[in-house]
Design a protein around this ligand. Structure first.
Ligand code: GAP
Length: 551
């Protein structure tokens, strides 16, 4: 499947629209249309139900070291600014970016790639933002334009080495040592992705990804606050509230689902990297001695969630981070990754990270922002020897009244993105086949093989023709389905075309009232994937479909 086909279907059938499209759109922001909103709501509800409401705290699930409890939270998007200072986001949550002095465009440093090429006695490094198969095509186009060559003169370009990312040039003349010991970047032979001349890229600079806002009408800089870049911190700062207001005991998990905001330098790949997105996060608190076993449990449990909902086989993988990749706080992280079609063959994009965060977060919000010193974490100090970012001073330890032990729980964090999961389910579901049309001629059929739990509409009801009392019976059936699940009534156009429209949005079942219904009170139910049709009594439709949906 080409990504363009899915993007077109999402727009055509009301899954996703560019935000503020009539004003030209706003990069990195997306609106979910009538179908998309149902799909994403189903993703969120499946997650909440599977992780929180249907979890039985009296029985250990398969693979879990013991029983555990799960509760939820819904925290404010804007929190006290100190939260982000202690969490490390204020100082550390940035990307390196480079600007182009000629095109005035800004790029994420690690997302520019290029290749050395020689022609007409000059060697330059040509850059592109494109990834995957388009990258080489784009590089060739840019090199031809720079050297003033025509397409048929492409063999005058002598490419050297493979395509590499811009940061890899640092060792090859891209970066040297400045007088003060700081790096000096030499991009004089680099042709920026949108530049016509060489040497227009600036040295990389840090860019904090948090959106800043002002709280209150008179607010100045001291009233600056941030839109949360993750939902996780709301859970940590409410740890004590949850303990004091419920009867949960360690081990337990707190789930939160909601919007997060990151001022991404280069939002891209449809909704994959957006500036406003939704997260589905669990902070699981456990005894330090059992934390490795819980980490293993959550890593496998979360992977299974995606396979249970239809992501399968070669396109999904669980990848353990190498020690160099681990965040400053993490003693183990695994990513659940999906081979999105917009990536180069063999590349995977992150759907969810499952991190062993130790006691970093509870300690940070208690003592102040922490830094690693050798093997231990210590409170970071300012030049005067005071904590750089002061914590709340509250005791966030846990007292186990059975063992009489007091300790700071360790945290396992499965952190997923609702939009990325939705996009992966859409990519996986997109199918094409050939089916005979009304006249028996084979024609292309586009359908979404969505898991029935995720499908925006569970069943559509059609009268075969708009007469002989068929619409009345179909409307009765439709009314009997509505209290149980999303249903759609359609009496317009040829029935074959109505089936196709439902296939395109992934409706698993279509019910048709036909001539036989008038004789014996039965209707056909058609399965989206197998196209098999069977008959049931018209009054049994809701029960039949509920049985097949497992609801
Ligand atoms: N609390 C940990 C945390 O936020 P993360 O890896 O930065 O970790 C977790 O984010 C998940 O949130 C990612 O795996 C991804 O699914 C989603 N996510 C992160 N940035 C995103 C973005 N710019 N657009 C869409 N989803 C994003």
């Amino acid at each position: 499947m080409e990504m363009d086909q899915l993007v077109a279907l999402c727009k055509r059938r009301g899954f996703l629209f560019q935000s503020s499209e009539i004003y030209g759109g706003l990069q990195g922001f997306w609106d979910y249309g009538p179908m998309g909103v149902e799909l994403k709501r189903n993703v969120r509800e499946a997650w909440w139900r599977d992780m929180v409401t249907s979890h039985n705290e009296l029985v250990p699930p398969p693979g879990a070291p013991s029983c555990y409890e799960m509760v939820g939270l819904d925290c404010a998007i804007i929190m006290h600014p100190q939260v982000w200072k202690c969490s490390g986001h204020y100082d550390l949550f940035h990307d390196l970016m480079v600007d182009c002095r000629e095109s005035k465009r800004r790029y994420r440093y690690d997302q520019i790639q290029g290749r050395w090429v020689e022609a007409k006695g000059q060697t330059i490094f040509v850059c592109t933002e494109s990834q995957g198969p388009e990258a080489m095509e784009d590089l060739q186009h840019k090199a031809l334009r720079f050297f003033n060559l025509r397409s048929k003169e492409a063999d005058e370009l002598r490419w050297q080495g493979p395509i590499v990312s811009l940061p890899t040039l640092e060792g090859e003349g891209g970066k040297g040592q400045g007088e003060g010991g700081g790096p000096v970047y030499d991009f004089s032979r680099v042709l920026g992705p949108d530049a016509k001349t060489l040497g227009t890229l600036t040295a990389p600079r840090e860019f904090n990804l948090m959106f800043k806002t002002i709280v209150g009408a008179l607010g100045g800089e001291e009233d600056a606050a941030f839109l949360r870049p993750e939902t996780a911190q709301g859970i940590f700062v409410n740890f004590k509230n949850v303990l004091d207001s419920t009867r949960v005991r360690v081990p337990f998990g707190v789930a939160q689902l909601g919007k997060s905001f990151r001022n991404e330098i280069t939002p891209r790949n449809f909704t994959f990297r957006s500036r406003e997105f939704e997260q589905m996060e669990i902070e699981f608190f456990c005894h330090p001695e059992h934390s490795r076993a819980w980490y293993q449990y959550w890593r496998d449990r979360r992977y299974r969630w995606y396979t249970d909902l239809g992501l399968a086989g070669q396109r999904l993988r669980l990848r353990d981070h190498s020690p160099e990749e681990l965040s400053h706080y993490s003693c183990g992280t695994a990513d659940i990754e999906y081979a999105f079609p917009f990536l180069a063959a063999g590349d995977f994009g992150e759907l969810e990270g499952v991190a062993h965060r130790g006691d970093f977060d509870l300690r940070s919000h208690s003592e102040g922002k922490l830094v690693r010193q050798g093997e231990t974490l210590v409170v970071e100090q300012d030049p005067q020897g005071k904590p750089k970012h002061r914590g709340s001073g509250k005791d966030l330890s846990y007292f186990d009244d059975l063992t009489k032990e007091r300790y700071l729980p360790h945290v396992i964090e499965p952190s997923a993105g609702a939009d990325r999961a939705t996009l992966a389910f859409l990519c996986e579901a997109y199918c094409e086949d050939e089916q005979p049309d009304e006249s028996g001629k084979p024609t292309k059929r586009v359908f979404l093989r969505l898991h029935p739990r995720l499908a925006p509409i569970k069943a559509a009801v059609f009268p075969l023709v708009k007469k002989d009392g068929m619409p009345e019976i179909a409307k009765e059936i439709y009314a009997s389905l509505k209290p149980h699940f999303t249903a759609f009534y359609d009496e317009k156009g040829a029935v074959g075309r109505r089936y196709r429209r439902q296939d395109e949005v992934g409706t698993p079942f279509c019910i048709t009232v036909d001539g036989q219904t008038l004789a014996d009170g039965t209707v056909t139910i058609r399965d989206r994937d197998t196209l098999r049709q069977w008959r049931v009594k018209k009054e049994d439709c809701a029960a039949e479909i509920r049985g097949r949906l497992g609801i």
